[in-house]
Design a protein around this ligand. Structure first.
Ligand SMILES: NC(=O)c1ccc[n+]([C@@H]2O[C@H](COP(=O)([O-])OP(=O)(O)OC[C@H]3O[C@@H](n4cnc5c(N)ncnc54)[C@H](OP(=O)(O)O)[C@@H]3O)[C@@H](O)[C@H]2O)c1
Length: 255
């Protein structure tokens, strides 16, 4: 297939499409000839995407951390297109947390959205994808999946869980004709990172991130990770002896 035509005629589902990376993916794909299913809680934010394209778009209000909400949204997906060819499970949240404002509820929301929010969608998608014997599930994890960064413990843990789970699923579904992709961005300028008050090296626009992600999907890459210097740095950090990591993390805090 000509790679420029890759997304033509496909049924594509994107969760968390109301802002940031999901929205940039939706806007990019809205210019191509396909069927789009856009999922989030704030559906009023889809107005601008609907200005680009009115036909062949299904907008679904759904809380991905609620199994029943996902089940009910999926019945609408089935009526619209039977089963998505490509599902980009991107909904996510992140909270800054310190030992002084410790709140386990934030862990529940983070795991419920970033991990269970993907699992609930996969639970709905799998029977139809297995029956069809083809399709793609792409989960948006993060380059923060391999280390416990200070202030982001719940977030890092949720992305570690997701990346590890997706790797196992990739193996399980290989023989069924279903591709499983893990997407691991570095820093991307979105409402999520706009809250951060620390330095974010090589931060890129959501539009650029969306272009890289869609290129990776076209190429069928099992892991789409970017930008390269941050991929390299996070790999290196995870290989450091723990004492050296703690020493370096302490230096960073005291600058
Ligand atoms: N920005 C970065 O630097 C970066 C880096 C690595 C990975 N990521 C990952 O990329 C994904 C997108 O993040 P972003 O940066 O684009 O952040 P964002 O602009 O805050 O977008 C988050 C999206 O998730 C949706 N969402 C949150 N909770 C939800 C829920 N319970 N049910 C349904 N949808 C929910 C939000 O929609 P509603 O609030 O309307 O529901 C929104 O559309 C996340 O998984 C994030 O962890 C981001």
């Amino acid at each position: 297939m000509n790679s420029d035509n890759f997304f033509r005629g496909q049924n594509i589902l994107i969760t968390g499409a109301s802002t940031g990376i999901g929205r940039a993916l939706a806007e990019n794909l809205a210019h191509k000839d396909n069927k789009l299913i856009l999922v989030s809680r704030r559906v009023e934010l889809f107005e601008e995407i609907l200005r680009i394209r009115k036909d062949n778009v299904l907008v679904l209000k759904c809380d991905v951390s609620d199994r029943e909400s996902v089940r009910s949204a999926y019945t609408e997906v089935q009526k619209f297109c039977e089963v998505p060819d490509i599902s980009i499970l991107n909904s996510g949240v992140g909270f800054h947390m310190t030992p002084d404002n410790y709140d386990s509820r934030l862990a529940e929301i983070t795991m419920g959205t970033n991990f269970m929010g993907v699992i609930y969608w996969i639970e709905q998608l799998l029977p139809d994808l297995i029956k069809k014997g083809s399709g793609m599930i792409a989960g948006v994890s993060s380059l923060a999946d391999a280390n416990g960064f200070s202030g982001s413990g719940f977030y890092c843990a949720s992305k570690a869980a997701l990346s590890v789970y997706m790797q196992g699923l990739r193996t399980e579904l290989k023989s069924r004709g279903i591709k499983v992709i893990t997407i691991k961005p570095g820093f991307v300028k979105t409402p999520m990172t706009d809250k951060n008050n620390f330095e974010m090296p090589l931060i890129m626009s959501a539009e650029k991130a969306a272009t890289i992600i869609l290129e990776g999907i076209k190429k069928g890459k099992p892991i789409i990770q970017f930008p390269f210097p941050i991929v390299f740095a996070t790999r290196l950090i995870s290989l450091l002896p723990e004492k050296l990591y703690q020493f370096l993390a302490g230096l960073k805090k005291s600058d």
